[in-house]
Design a protein around this ligand. Structure first.
Ligand code: UDP
Length: 244
């Protein structure tokens, strides 16, 4: 079931339920895409109708940031918990390695997707990575054709938001893939260029703080994030967000 978090629909799933739902999409005919909203997405979607609509048409929408969980609580429609994109991707790759489905890595700076592919083949023996492409291309068609020619089943689309969501909605079907997932900076993590927060930070819901410590230049971007909680409080008091 989806819950409305300030206009963005988010699936109320634990991480393992989300992974099962992602696998189930691979068994349905047609193209599907998955989005991983964090507070920045929700704040942008408020001002960007096209982005909001693409988010709300996704087959699965996973709560990526702790701020989304706090907002859901303030709104009186609590979500079960976070399903971070990077953990979702790990779970899905375990299934892909076992089933022989083919994965294409799209995004990040030149060389990063190739390094990520090397590391993932070691961490997920049997994983079929059928191609990679950096995320700084000028023309979309050659990239779509490369994904199609690689007989791709699943694409990790790591172009940052909202570019990756708009790209999946516009070109996903033409790639011939069954599933695309918007995964932000995940390829940098898989390539080993960016470290994930230690488990203690993750459990305490402080992954954002670790990231800020490692990349202080993100302070400008992050300073806006508490706004989602202010918005949630306003909506709760105003009675605008009462749902399931
Ligand atoms: N990126 C890209 N093409 C672009 C802009 C960004 O491939 O035109 C990549 C960027 O190199 C990074 C990822 O998209 O690997 C987005 O990272 P960000 O930290 O913004 O995403 P987050 O993890 O916060 O969602």
């Amino acid at each position: 079931m989806k819950k409305d978090i300030l206009g963005v629909k988010v699936d109320d799933l634990t991480l393992s339920e989300a992974i099962s739902a992602g696998i189930a999409l691979l068994e349905h005919p047609g193209f599907h895409y998955i989005v991983t909203p964090n507070p920045e997405f929700i704040l942008s979607a408020k001002k960007d109708e096209a982005f909001c609509s693409v988010l709300n048409q996704a087959d699965l929408s996973l709560a990526d940031g702790i701020g989304v969980i706090y907002a859901s609580k303030i709104l009186g429609t609590p979500l079960k918990g976070r399903a971070p994109g990077v953990d979702f991707a790990q779970g899905l790759m375990t299934y892909l390695a076992a089933s022989g489905l083919r994965l294409f890595l799209l995004g990040a700076k030149p060389g990063v997707a190739e390094q990520a592919a090397k590391n993932l083949k070691v961490s997920h023996p049997g994983l079929q990575i059928c191609g990679t492409h950096d995320g700084y291309f000028q023309q979309d068609e050659p990239v779509v054709e490369a994904i199609y020619a690689a007989k791709t089943d699943v694409i990790f689309v790591c172009l940052g938001a909202p570019k990756q969501e708009l790209w999946m909605a516009r070109y996903g079907f033409a790639t011939g893939a069954k599933l695309a997932i918007g995964l932000g900076g995940c390829l940098d993590v898989f390539a080993g260029n960016v470290q994930r927060a230690p488990k203690a930070f993750q459990k305490a819901g402080l992954e954002w703080l670790y990231r800020l410590m490692k990349e202080p230049k993100r302070i400008g971007r992050m300073a806006k994030l508490p706004l989602i909680l202010v918005d949630a409080l306003g909506a709760r008091i105003g009675g605008k967000n009462r749902n399931g």
